[in-house]
Ligand binder design. Structure first.
Ligand SMILES: *Cc1c(COP(=O)(O)O)cnc(C)c1O
Length: 354
């Protein structure tokens, strides 16, 4: 039972981290290495740390708990649930917040345990996921937070692109600089961290812009070297730190269009088929329960992925010059969704290669 298998090469990821940390530090930006896409896998976390990230960041407290042995500040990325505040203050040094009730609960939990908890106030600059949207609400929030014991407001931040697809630009990010200065002046405090988003902000650095931010929370760019606004490869990085191997379980000549009336597939979608006649179809033992199929790119570029069901991947192998046999292994590169899903699936074996 060796397949499906995800091959992980931490050395490649470490090189990616070094290149990106260096690009960021030229712009006075510190990097929080986001581990959620790899379920906080420790070999990858070690690559992040030796590559030079300043923080480890994750959306799930389970992952941060797992990382407690690493002596580096931890950041909770998803707004905390009130039901988990005890764990947050214990295992995260910093959390991103936008709700006063949650920060009050964090304060109570931190006071109970007698620890200081740092928060970054999230602002919604138009992507419409988390963050205070109405700028008037910022000051009321801060005034209440400043009264709370064991809570330290250390920064402001925003998240872009993830929900609304909003591409960062200097005009959007400059708002953070303006707001930060106005908070500092009004309350006579230091806003140490201005966190300007995720991997979608990187392209602005490559373009030589001066940004009013000093922190980025990066996942996809470190893992795959991709900036996510335009999907281009960042200089000095590679996208082959992960490789998926699957085993062929059937090879047969079959028509390209199903025979009979077509209803909906196993996932409720009505499939469409282009009639290309009889083709060599290859079936692999991996499916949507394991990996995001549309995130896979076959290494043999003459293979064409037709689709998948929960446990099967269906490939048109007719254009390939290779003479595949049942039991052979096919290899694929993965996009971010592919890495995230394969890392999360218990059915996909993980093999670290140094
Ligand atoms: C996931 C996440 C990130 C990292 O996003 P990438 O596109 O992988 O760099 C950053 N910030 C927050 C709040 C996130 O949830």
């Amino acid at each position: 039972m060796n397949y499906p298998k995800l091959i992980i090469k931490p050395n490649i990821i470490e090189e990616n981290v070094k290149s990106i940390v260096s690009l960021c530090s030229k712009n006075n930006i510190k990097v929080a290495g986001v581990t959620k896409g790899v379920c906080a896998n420790k070999e990858i976390v070690k690559a992040y740390i030796s590559g030079g990230v300043e923080y480890l960041a994750d959306s799930r407290i389970e992952n941060l708990i797992n990382l407690k042995e690493y002596d580096i500040p931890k950041m909770m990325l998803r707004l905390p649930m009130i039901s988990e505040v005890d764990l947050i203050v214990q295992y995260a040094n910093i959390s991103l917040n936008s709700e006063l009730d949650t920060v009050k609960a964090l304060s109570k939990a931190a006071l109970n345990k007698n620890i200081a908890h740092k928060i970054i106030l999230m602002l919604d600059l138009g992507d419409l996921r988390e963050g205070i949207f109405d700028k008037k609400d910022i000051y009321k929030f801060i005034e209440e937070v400043l009264e709370l014991p064991c809570i330290e407001l250390i920064g402001i931040g925003t998240n872009l692109t993830c929900f609304g697809g909003l591409i960062p630009d200097t005009k959007i990010l400059d708002q953070l600089g303006v707001i930060s200065t106005s908070i500092e002046n009004k309350y006579n405090l230091n806003i140490d961290i201005i966190s300007g988003g995720n991997s979608s902000t990187i392209y602005l650095l490559s373009n030589g812009n001066h940004l009013q931010i000093n922190n980025l929370r990066l996942g996809e760019s470190l893992l795959l070297g991709k900036e996510t606004s335009y999907g281009t490869q960042i200089k000095g990085t590679r996208d082959d730190g992960f490789l998926l191997q699957t085993e062929i379980i059937e090879i047969k000549k079959k028509p390209t269009v199903p025979i009979g009336n077509i209803g909906v597939d196993a996932f409720g979608k009505k499939p469409c088929f282009e009639d290309k006649g009889i083709r060599k179809k290859i079936l692999c033992a991996i499916g949507k329960q394991d990996v995001k199929i549309d995130s896979l790119t076959p290494i043999d570029s003459d293979l064409n992925i037709l689709g998948g069901s929960s446990d099967h991947l269906i490939i048109d192998g007719d254009d390939s010059t290779k003479d595949y046999k049942v039991g052979d292994i096919l290899e694929f590169k993965l996009g971010y969704g592919g890495v995230l899903s394969a890392m999360t699936s218990n059915y996909v074996k993980k093999l670290i290669i140094e």
